[in-house]
Design a binder for this molecule. Structure first.
Ligand code: AMP
Length: 306
């Protein structure tokens, strides 16, 4: 479905949502908003909106008076063997959901407008992209940082909201913003889950009923890590092994990685400290899912040990 620049009114709220395809037009609008003294927040998405996306939007809306979301399936963050071709789309449903949340602008560009002929520039964050998904998805984060830098320049936000479900992405973007002196506040929102514990994701649509049951093992394994940590286990190798064997007990699962690492540097750790990131990427059937949690030592425990 092609959406030209258009407005969608909401009779109940009287609020109008504008859909803009052209980067130049979006930039013009954003500049006008800034000149008029508005604060702008941006929520970048690839569409097929779910409750996780909507939560990011609510946070953006709370902290600014104009909310822009982008819907763009960015080809440069997909490797040739990945699921770009089958990535789910639902323009009509997305517009309806965004309007209900009170989005002011949807930036909805074409690939051609974002990467016109002669395009030559990429943004690359080095160190922290070498870990976790950076290993199994080479080039992925370069695609992400490049498109997000472009989206920042086009929508001129004061604040941009990202999900902690993509923990490494949030870390990489925060690093880019620091390194390139971008004057944008990055906000991370806790992972939104379905009632069965599975983190909401556009890709969940691909799971069969049986696979969906197996996919619950991701969150359950994070809970297991938390339990082991609380029980005093500190050996990363032991916890990793326990999580791997727990996940693999579920049909159709194949582990890409189970990693225990420092939540700032993303370097692997051997012994758990006060804060440890547990990050997972698991293929369930043909669908690659990620999830994570940060294990925190209970502050009371630290005081009582000191
Ligand atoms: P995507 O459309 O998958 O690229 O995601 C767009 C944004 O939504 C990213 O900042 C994601 O981290 C965030 N997001 C995706 N799923 C969730 C979730 N279950 N909870 C919170 N944020 C999410």
């Amino acid at each position: 479905m092609v959406v030209k620049q258009s407005s969608f009114g909401d009779v109940t709220t009287g609020v109008t949502m504008e859909v803009i395809e052209s980067p130049a037009k979006m930039q013009e609008r954003a500049e006008a908003l800034r000149l008029a003294g508005h604060t702008i927040s941006l929520v970048p998405t690839m569409g097929f909106l779910h409750e996780g996306h909507l939560e990011l939007m609510r946070v953006g809306k709370k902290h600014s008076d104009k909310l822009i979301i982008s819907i763009f399936i960015n080809p440069s963050q997909f490797a040739p063997n990945e699921d770009l071709g089958r990535y789910p789309r639902d323009t009509k449903g997305d517009l309806e959901k965004a309007r209900k949340v009170g989005v002011d602008f949807i930036f909805y560009p074409s690939v051609q407008e974002m990467y016109p002929e002669g395009y030559q520039t990429n943004v690359r964050v080095k160190g922290i992209t070498r870990h976790l998904c950076g290993i199994s998805r080479p080039g992925h984060f370069e695609g992400v940082t490049t498109v997000v830098a472009k989206l920042f320049n086009i929508t001129k936000p004061h604040m941009a909201v990202f999900g902690q479900k993509d923990f490494q992405q949030l870390t990489v973007i925060s690093q880019m913003v620091i390194d390139l002196n971008m004057d944008i506040q990055i906000v991370g929102v806790p992972t939104v889950r379905d009632p069965d514990g599975l983190a909401t994701s556009s890709r969940n649509k691909f799971l069969s009923r049986e696979e969906r049951i197996s996919a619950r093992s991701l969150k359950k394994s994070l809970d297991l890590a938390d339990e082991m940590f609380r029980n005093g286990d500190r050996d990363a190798r032991v916890i990793k092994k326990a999580l791997e064997s727990f996940i693999l007990r579920h049909p159709h699962t194949e582990i890409d990685y189970v990693t225990l690492c420092d939540p700032v540097t993303l370097e692997d750790i051997q012994t758990l400290t006060d804060e440890t990131l547990v990050a997972l990427a698991v293929r369930v059937g043909t669908t690659r899912l990620i999830d994570n949690c940060v294990l925190h030592r209970d502050p009371d425990q630290i005081i009582s040990e000191n």
